[in-house]
Ligand binder design. Sequence first.
Ligand code: T46
Length: 132
Amino acid sequence: MNNNKPYLINFPKIGAPSLGYISLAEKSNLPFTPKRIYWTYFTPEGVNRGGHSHFQLEQILVAVAGKITIITELKDGTKQEFFLDSPDVGLYIPKMCWRTMKYTHNAVQICIASIEYDEVDYIRDYNDFLNY
Ligand code: T46
């Protein structure tokens, strides 16, 4: 795992179509020890969330329901688009990575975060991100 770049994580998927499934995130499949978990939902279609980077925060996003499109940009200019639509797949987002997200209205996004909430950790101005 290269923790300087975004990448997809395949979590275990235990179960069967006849029973349903359990997926789990634990020490062996996480790139950091979580300090916070939050979730977003009922985002209207067409609304862009994100539009920021973080100095220290690392995250894993999971679409536990619905679909999420995420565009990431690193300071070297590398842009990537990721599409999450499966509850057993997460997107790792490193620190210093600009991101924007779009959701289907039924999307529920879980975010596993490496640090506690601190507004000081946000870079909300794109030019500040590029120039930092
Ligand atoms: C990211 C995506 C995936 C808090 O008070 N505590 C918290 O732990 C969080 C995450 C947010 N807030 C407040 C701060 C803002 O007033 O909730 C409001 C919206 O937060 P934010 O601008 O971070 O929302 P998103 O959905 O644009 O971004 C969030 C994460 O913060 C962000 O790092 O990548 O989810």
